[in-house]
Unconditional design. Structure first.
Length: 164
């Protein structure tokens, strides 16, 4: 009888330890899921900057660059940035659709890197990317950084293309 009691207690102890470890694993997984979300949109001091999706601007008639936050958003046409080949850019920031003048734009003239600088009344925007594929259109991955005068900064990943 003592043998059976010892076996039952051991089985119970092993099962209890195993459940504790599973609970610990689940907690760890949920914590690690939060890290990428925080690192995608980095803000510091000041107010939070909200970047929303826009439909492809009707003002753009020919050559353009347009970017989304991810490849999936790009395929689903959820763009956060579009420009008309180096003159005017379009975004929706903090609930306002903005038409912005590009200060500089280098669309891979020297290498496989893309760089755009934009300044507006309340925002300084920088787009940096690298060509990942070249077909009829040039596909890019990179980041967009938006700064406000109050010190707020947000940095988002971008995926998109430049094409005519």
């Amino acid at each position: 009888m003592k043998k059976y009691l010892i076996i039952i207690l051991c089985a119970f102890a092993v099962t209890a330890c195993k459940k504790e470890k599973e609970t610990e694993l689940i907690t760890t997984k949920s914590d690690s899921l939060k890290l990428p979300k925080d690192s995608v949109a980095v803000t510091s001091s000041g107010e939070k900057i909200v970047v929303e999706t826009i439909p492809f601007p009707k003002e753009i008639k020919e050559c353009s660059c347009y970017f989304a936050k991810s490849k999936v958003d790009f395929i689903n046409e959820k763009y956060i940035y579009a420009d008309d080949a180096g003159k005017t850019a379009y975004m929706k920031i903090d609930g306002k659709r903005l038409t912005l003048n590009l200060l500089s734009s280098s669309d891979m003239e020297e290498n496989d890197e893309l760089s755009k600088e934009i300044e507006a009344e309340n925002y300084k925007i920088s787009v940096k990317g690298r060509k990942i594929k070249s077909e009829e259109a040039l596909l890019f991955e990179g980041t967009i950084t938006i700064e406000k005068p109050d010190g707020s900064v947000i940095k988002l990943p971008v995926y998109g293309e430049c094409a005519c």
